[in-house]
Design a protein around this ligand. Structure first.
Ligand SMILES: [Zn+2]
Length: 153
């Protein structure tokens, strides 16, 4: 064996492949053969991808949850990190993003892609309480005079 160990052999082949890959003709040939292999075994390949997703669904959802949490954190920080009305600044889950102009709600995808600068100018950071009060002013004193409802159950 010309190689001292497996790691050295792998490193050698990796380097060889890396050099070879710089040739556009080689790349095209590799891609074409890969594509041909896929279509020869399309049914099996699709099944394999499906099985992979089923096996890794927990990791996958965990990754998405983490990504969304980080994105929210980024947006919350970019918007000042506290409720614009009462100044609440504690629990990330207690923050809502209020659309200053409801007509712009369809732009929401924008801040999901790039959560900074102009993209989030149409959003206002509010805590859940202030957000609810803003959207339902007619219910502001709904508890006053109705407290006896609670006693009945
Ligand atoms: Zn608030």
């Amino acid at each position: 064996m010309p190689f001292a160990n497996k790691a050295e052999e792998r490193a050698y082949h990796r380097e060889w492949e890396r050099k070879r890959w710089q040739d556009p003709g080689y790349r095209a040939k590799k891609r074409a053969s890969g594509r041909a292999y896929y279509w020869r075994n399309a049914e099996r390949m699709r099944e394999r991808v499906k099985q992979y997703h089923l096996a890794h669904i927990k990791e996958h959802t965990a990754r998405i949850t983490k990504f969304r949490k980080m994105l929210k954190l980024k947006v919350v920080i970019a918007l000042g990190g506290k409720c614009a009305i009462c100044g609440y600044a504690k629990c990330l889950s207690a923050f809502d993003l209020h659309h200053i102009n409801p007509a712009e709600k369809e732009r929401e995808r924008d801040w999901r892609i790039k959560a900074n600068g102009d993209k989030i100018k149409h959003l206002q950071l509010l805590c859940r309480n202030c957000h609810a009060e803003l959207h339902h002013p007619e219910r502001l004193d709904s508890l006053v005079g109705n407290m006896d409802i609670r006693k009945e159950d």
